[in-house]
Ligand binder design. Structure first.
Ligand code: FES
Length: 126
């Protein structure tokens, strides 16, 4: 029922772990199932742009939550904050060659955590 890409990211998650002294943190919980995740970012200034230089996640969740978190870190790494803000859970699911419909809610966790981490960084700058 899962695509090969989902299985690959689930079995070998990319950018798993914690960043010490992160610039932004996005802790989120899924109200449907109670699973949780935390996403950390480090931001680097490159001329007038702010780039996601480092990104890691920790999750206590199902296979879909792990696979989407892993994929979103790959999609967001090296992107400007503006580009990263446009990443949606549908984009992540597409990159994974799809998720079973009943598992789409799991992909919200990763997308929400990324947006929350970016907001956290922007607020801490003010
Ligand atoms: Fe909880 Fe997938 S069942 S995130």
């Amino acid at each position: 029922m899962y695509s090969k890409k989902v299985m690959d990211h689930f079995m070998h998650p990319r950018n798993l772990g914690e960043i010490k002294n992160p610039d932004g943190v996005g802790p989120v919980g899924n109200p449907v199932c109670g699973d949780v995740m935390k996403l950390y970012i480090k931001v680097k200034k490159n001329k007038d742009k702010e780039i996601i230089n480092e990104i890691k996640f920790q999750t206590l969740g199902c296979g879909s939550a792990i696979a989407t978190s892993s994929m979103i870190t790959e999609l967001a790494k090296g992107k400007s904050l503006q580009q990263a803000q446009k990443i949606t859970n549908q984009m992540v699911a597409k990159q994974l060659d799809g998720l079973p419909p009943e598992k789409m809610h799991c992909s919200n966790l990763a997308a929400d955590a990324l947006q929350k981490a970016i907001k956290d960084y922007q607020q801490s700058k003010k």
